[in-house]
Design a protein around this ligand. Structure first.
Ligand code: SDX
Length: 398
């Protein structure tokens, strides 16, 4: 044996003394000044501003500026940034034509990953330490990702994408491009607040992926495409879609406890619950729950909310003692559903927002770059002699 269990989740390699922690739990992989999480108190801040304040006072575009450049913009800086983003919302007809070749029943996250990567074909890879190149890439990605998400939605329905409307602000314009209707101002504001809540969350899996990709000095479109692919998984951003399927499967509030009992007994993960960093309810889930209630008060109740509420109550007893509470993905789907967003677009909507965090980390990574190249603990066979083909028996995997 080359490895030994040291207790907890650590594994120590006897020859080298290296210690392996599955999932890199508790292992700092970078330094960052972007986002701070207090997982015991349930607090979250971006660049020193509490999420509660940002969700009330800021807009997604202003928060994006803060995340990427470290300070809130002056009114003039914000007007310039907003204008630049507005000017770059359109995507090339070549990207739209490419999307028309995607299978209509393909997942929109796959469509988004391919479309985001394709932007690298259109914009030359200049010196990535050029501030103008960085600014332009930020503007393009923040501007075009929502357009691409909305475009695929219409294309898969057999329609042509509609053009962005210059008189609509960022979030209202996205809802307009998606639904082809000018959204209610309250709906737009709530959606914008959802984008603020999802914009950044320290070294989560997709951001780690973004930073690893960034550390090779590749282009920002590849950075975002790799992060989109990582976000898609059901243990990460993809959970928001699965939460609704789970709530539908449970069906009624009365069924919540028995569903939970069987999930716990069979060691099945309850979607939208648990977090590596939080041992209390995710502060974003607290705000999203209140946004859901605000929407229901205005546009009508959603019976699945009652199921969610019953599940949260039951889980507080069965999972709470292990520090497992609702995370960001638990209530977001109920908000998006009320806003008329199709279920398989929940994770792309998460990506629209998280691109701000990924780009902040891209920029930070470039500021003090060293390529990520961790080590591993080899668990294979020791050195052995070559076996000629006619002497091999019972080859593995045959
Ligand atoms: C996001 O990291 C981020 O910041 C991510 C995110 C962001 O903004 O970027 O916040 C977004 O990804 C939210 C998480 C979405 N995923 C889900 O909702 C899927 C369900 N949750 C889990 O699978 C899980 O809680 C994770 C993936 C979120 C965290 O996984 P960990 O830290 O690796 O924990 P684990 O799987 O090793 O579980 C530890 C224990 C186990 O019990 P024991 O074997 O020790 O007895 O907790 C239990 C697990 O069984 N557990 C759960 C559970 N989550 C953990 N049990 C039931 N239901 C769950 N959801």
């Amino acid at each position: 044996m080359v490895v030994s269990q040291t207790g907890g989740t650590e594994i120590r390699h006897e020859r080298t003394g290296l210690v392996f922690r599955p999932g890199l739990e508790g292992v700092p992989a970078t330094q960052s000044s972007i986002c701070d999480i207090d997982g015991l108190q349930g607090r979250l801040s971006y660049r020193g501003y509490s999420l509660d304040d940002l969700a009330v006072h800021s807009s997604f575009l202003e928060t994006t500026y803060l995340l990427i450049w470290g300070e809130l913009p002056t009114p003039q800086q914000f007007r310039d940034f907003e204008h630049e983003v507005q000017m770059h919302r359109r995507v090339s007809f070549r990207v739209r034509d490419m999307m028309k070749c995607f299978p209509a029943n393909g997942h929109p996250m796959d469509a988004l990953q391919s479309s985001a990567a394709s932007l690298g074909l259109f914009y030359s890879r200049r010196a990535i330490d050029d501030p103008q190149y960085i600014y332009d890439a930020v503007v393009r990605l923040i501007a075009k990702i929502p357009t691409m998400v909305a475009a695929f939605q219409l294309i898969r329905k057999g329609q042509d994408p509609i053009q962005p409307r210059d008189d609509l602000a960022y979030s209202a314009n996205f809802l307009y491009m998606l639904t082809e209707q000018e959204p209610d101002p309250l709906a737009s504001r709530i959606f914008d607040r959802c984008l603020i809540l999802h914009a950044e969350h320290s070294l989560n899996a997709s951001t780690f992926s973004a930073r690893v990709t960034a550390s090779t000095l590749t282009d920002p479109y590849a950075v975002v495409a790799s992060a989109v692919g990582t976000l898609a998984g059901p243990l990460h951003g993809g959970a928001n879609e699965d939460v609704l399927a789970m709530l539908e499967e449970i069906g009624t509030p009365e069924q919540a406890d028995s569903y939970l009992e069987s999930a716990v007994a069979s060691k099945r993960k309850v979607m939208g619950f648990g977090h590596r960093e939080y041992k209390v309810k995710d502060p974003r889930a607290v705000i999203l729950q209140s946004l859901a209630e605000e929407l229901f008060a205005r546009f009508g109740h959603d019976e699945l909310y009652d199921v969610a509420h019953a599940l949260e109550t039951a889980a507080a007893i069965r999972l709470g003692p292990k520090g497992i509470y609702p995370n960001v993905d638990f209530y977001s789907g109920l908000v998006y559903r009320k806003l008329g967003i199709p279920r398989d677009l929940f994770t792309p909507v998460f990506a629209i927002s998280r691109v701000a965090g990924w780009l902040a980390h891209w920029r930070e990574q470039l500021g003090a770059n060293r390529i990520f190249r961790p080590s591993q603990i080899y668990t294979g066979t020791s050195m052995r002699h070559w076996v000629p083909a006619d002497e091999r028996v019972n080859a593995a995997g045959a």
